[in-house]
Design a binder for this molecule. Structure first.
Ligand code: HEM
Length: 560
């Protein structure tokens, strides 16, 4: 009797499940029809339930340091958007600029960060990290970040000089100036980020205290390994990852968070809020100028030490790994393209040895082109993910030609791949695989031609052939370019060049990072006449929080 009841309940549950599933499928179908959607191409899964074959292939490619190549190869085979499965999750993989744009801008509200990122990076970044936050919590954190990335911060080149000249000194004192610049850039970016954000440099270029650098690197790499494991990360212990995270967070607690707590207490007691660090690390003269310090903003917003620790640790990682990866990749490429260094040196020659201002750096077209081209060919964040939080639509990937919209049911993960986008020959030309900073110069020349053509083409006030809409569609990208919102002149470029993401969740540190990289490169160009490679292998990926050259940037710098 009892058994009959249990069996009856099981059957009833099953029937309800089937009916609900059937109903949902019908609902999705009519939703898709209303939006002109067509079926998306499927990756040929042998295991359609858990997608273990897809996951295995991904992991094998990652082991060979060929993950990015493998992913690009899938797009060549199956088109720029396809469906697959990863463990228990439905995944749409895309490198179509229209889909990436929709997720980041027009359909921003329909997507959030997926829980895979949280699973992997929670131990390192903590529950209160902006990089793991969604919804209202994210909006608040983003608002708190904004002032610290203001123009007065990143245009203040004096903030960088002390650290960059220390780096130059380190290169000059290396035997025969032979050095792995990757290590130096990691120290530099820790020092500059802490100077700018905490008003107190950690000064790793002077000495690597407490193995901070290695522990940060192990933590970032451990996070990526956990990300590759997807759900399995819950069951696999990674002692190196967890130990390194412990060390980094302890360091941050002692050297940064304690200051934030002291500041927070002062604010609570209505005391004078002119922040004075209580540690012995030196501050830079010019940093005493009033400027928005992130540590102070965090300390004003909370007195919870865990929140402070999560926020401040996140910003240190975000500021370190990204710009260091850009600089390492840049010098890896320069060492293999000597003419690029010659041209950069020609660009900076007019300074006659004096330190560049931000405006002067912005005017160095070739140097700026080198940074853009490095971020195109070797993007620092080559892959990223989102999750649909309601049933929605992406504009491309449906039908045999992949040009129709597709339905994206709630819970689907979207993996988007910037390296694949940045190397598509139909967007970048047949030389998309080559490092050619010059391509940005010709794009700029085209921009001037476009403006002239536009001015010539504007007929006496708007005729049938040239409407107000045409004019605004031409003008708005130009306006964005002129206002400095974009570094590109055409909207199409804006979509096809995505190193910093786009929309409300784009990178707030992009100007700081580009300013830091331009300043450092310019100063190195003033001091060294040649950059010779010390190894000649092809570029291999090292993916952690970011992606950089696995062999670093091992070079011999020849003093000028
Ligand atoms: C070459 C340098 C950099 C690149 C390529 C880069 C790229 C990116 C990208 C693609 C995102 C969006 C991530 C997503 O949508 O999931 C992002 C977010 C972010 N970046 Fe950067 N970044 C760089 C430098 C920096 C620097 C120097 C800082 C800080 C000092 C920084 C702080 C952040 C923060 C806090 C976020 C999270 C923003 C949010 O979620 O609202 N980045 N970055």
């Amino acid at each position: 009797m009892k058994f009959d009841i249990i069996l009856g309940l099981i059957i009833l549950t099953f029937v309800v499940f089937i009916i609900r599933h059937f109903h949902y499928t019908l609902k999705l179908r009519s939703f898709g029809k209303a939006n002109g959607c067509k079926p998306v191409i499927r990756w040929p899964l042998k295991d359609p339930l858990l997608g273990l074959d897809y996951w295995w292939a991904l992991n094998q490619a990652a082991k060979r340091r060929r993950l990015l190549d493998w992913i690009r190869h899938q797009y060549d085979k199956y088109g720029t958007t396809y469906y697959t499965r990863l463990h228990i999750t439905n995944v749409i993989s895309t490198c179509d600029p229209e889909n990436i744009k929709a997720m980041h801008t027009t359909r921003f509200e329909d997507f959030a960060l997926d829980n895979r990122r949280e699973l992997a990076f929670l131990p390192l970044l903590g529950r209160h990290s902006v990089l793991l936050a969604n919804g209202h919590e994210w909006e608040q954190k983003r608002a708190m970040l904004r002032p610290s990335f203001s123009k007065e911060q990143y245009t203040n080149t004096l903030l960088y000089e002390r650290h960059v000249s220390r780096l130059i000194g380190n290169v000059k004192s290396a035997p025969e100036c032979k050095i792995d610049l990757a290590h130096q850039f990691l120290c530099l970016t820790v020092d500059i980020t802490s100077e700018v954000m905490f008003d107190k440099s950690i000064e790793l270029l002077k000495d690597d205290k407490y193995d901070l650098l290695d522990n940060m690197t192990n933590s970032a790499e451990g996070g990526h390994a956990a990300w590759l494991l997807v759900w399995l990360t819950k069951f696999v212990r990674q002692p190196v990852y967890h130990n390194s995270v412990k060390h980094v967070r302890k360091f941050m607690q002692l050297y940064v968070v304690d200051d934030a707590i002291a500041y927070s207490n002062k604010v609570a007691m209505g005391g004078h809020t002119d922040f004075k660090v209580n540690k012995s690390l030196p501050r830079q003269e010019n940093s005493r100028l009033p400027r928005p310090i992130y540590l102070e903003a965090v300390a004003k917003a909370t007195d919870d030490p865990t929140v402070m620790l999560d926020e401040l640790t996140t910003i240190l990682f975000a500021g370190r790994d990204t710009t260091a990866a850009l600089m390492t990749n840049l010098f890896f490429l320069i060492s293999r393209h000597p003419h690029v260094w010659t041209r950069i040196r020609a660009d900076v020659g007019f300074l006659e040895g004096s330190k560049p201002t931000h405006e002067q750096l912005k005017g160095m077209d070739y140097l700026q082109a080198c940074l853009k081209e490095t971020l195109r060919l070797l993007p620092v964040i080559p892959l990223n993910t989102r999750m649909a939080i309601r049933d929605t639509v992406l504009p491309r990937g449906g039908g045999p030609d992949g040009q129709s919209p597709i339905v994206v049911p709630a819970g689907t993960h979207i993996a988007f791949h910037v390296t694949a986008l940045h190397r598509r020959p139909e967007l970048w030309g047949d030389d998309a695989e080559e490092y050619k900073p010059e391509r940005w110069e010709s794009m700029k020349a085209n921009w001037v031609c476009n403006v002239l053509a536009l001015l010539k083409s504007i007929p006496p006030p708007f005729t049938d052939t040239f409407t107000l809409a045409d004019l605004t569609s031409h003008i708005s990208p130009l306006l964005m370019y002129s206002l400095g919102v974009s570094t590109d002149h055409r909207e199409s470029n804006l979509q096809k060049h995505q190193p910093f993401g786009m929309g409300p969740r784009n990178c707030p540190g992009q100007h700081l990072s580009l300013a830091e990289a331009a300043y450092t490169t310019c100063r190195l160009a003033q001091e060294f006449k040649e950059v010779k490679p010390l190894e000649y292998g092809p570029w291999e990926e090292l993916i952690s929080l970011t992606c950089t050259s696995a062999s670093g940037a091992q070079v011999q710098m020849v003093p000028a």
